[in-house]
Design a protein around this ligand. Sequence first.
Ligand code: MN
Ligand code: MN
Length: 496
Amino acid sequence: MAMLKMEEWYDLARSTNWTPRYVAKDELFPPELSDVHGLPDAAFDAFDEPYKVTFRDYVRTQREKDVGAYSVRAALARGRFYETAAPGWQALLQLHFGGATFLEYGSVSAFARATRFGKAAGMRNMATFGSLDEIRHTQVHLRFAHDYLKANRAFDWAHKAPRTDNWVVISERHTFDDIEHTRDATSFAVMTNFAFETCFTNLQFVALSADAARSGDHTFATMLQTIQSDEARHSQIGEPLLRIMVEHGKRAEAQMLLDISFWRCWKQFSPLSGICMDYYTPLEHREHSFKEFMQEWVSEQFIRRILDLGLERPWYWDIFLEDLETFHHAQQIGVYLYRPTGWWHAVAGVNPSEREWLESKYPGWNATFGTVWDVIIDNVLNGRIDATIPEPLPMICNMSGFELTGVPGKKLVDYTLDYKGRRYHFGSQVDRWIFEQEPERYAGHKSLVDRYVAKVMPQTAEAVLTYMGMSAPERGTDGTNYTWAEPYRLARGKAA
Ligand code: MN
Ligand code: MN
């Protein structure tokens, strides 16, 4: 029997929309779960996914990806790469596995909702594969993290993180609950598939896998590449929906979803990928700075796609460009100082040659962020480790969940807003603007500091750490045991 070619049957086979007779349309596709924008039903018929795949081909390809990743892992297991890796790379792996695994798992149900409530048949089809993808991403993360567990207990956080109220986890949950889990399927596609997956996962998966390969971590590089190849496919759910929104008079709504989700993802990935690339990756293995990756992929490629769709750059573009020079540098100082609150063993990443690199990539770094590190260096060299770990909690942004930071030497601005008798604090004008667009969505959230003030936990530093799930042996310490500061001792004439 002659087999039909895929293109001869695909469109027919996946056109599964019908006119319901036993229930009303809105019962089958409740607007709050399917489409809050009121797009006409017929609009969704135009959905045409750029990347078409059949279940048979999907399974075959995924199997090959898994076989590839797991064989690399098995072949290299005896090389004990992790044990001999630089402390910065170890910190990066600890941070990545603890921070990313539960996001992968969350995406499973997000895609499952798009599979059920997406109004375009092609979208439901692709989202089905998306759910399966995210199950695989969760599994591969858990499996690989488990290999490292015998080397360091930080990898336990691949499993433990979502069950804690660690501040990093609270911040991640707030963001991804917003863009991934509490939106209708149409808005989800714009915010998660388009803004998050076509733009930001590239950073963590393509850029980082390049750094991983250069660092000799082929297991991690292969894992990231297999994940990114899935992301590249299922992220394409977003663009056709954006196109449909623009064509049916919902340009303003599309722009708003894009502006909110781009900023929310930026505030997550700037500290995550920014610190990993500019501080944790060993200097000799860095390909580009975080800013250079962002400029190429975001400022150029992503913006070109937005403009092609008839949309605009987000209104806060100038603020974003300034943030690109500063935010992750400020956060790196906070993350390093508050290292006992993280499950990974942070590194400073500012020895003399690393500083030179930072100054060359971010002119002015030494005169600003460098001055703060000078104080930290003095304390370390004088044996005042206690002075490098602040006890009071920092003010936390009620949107991003990150510390309010600025540029050393410039005034720190706390963007406040009073709403229904409560004062909210934000790290930027944009974070506050997002709150203002839909206050009821965000008003109930309590940051870690809000919880402390509300006496959810006893008022001691120890109690805060316990509340965050950080038992004493789990608390982050300096991954280099402070040896990074030694080269400064000679230069500063300090006795050893
Ligand atoms: Mn994924
Ligand atoms: Mn994904």
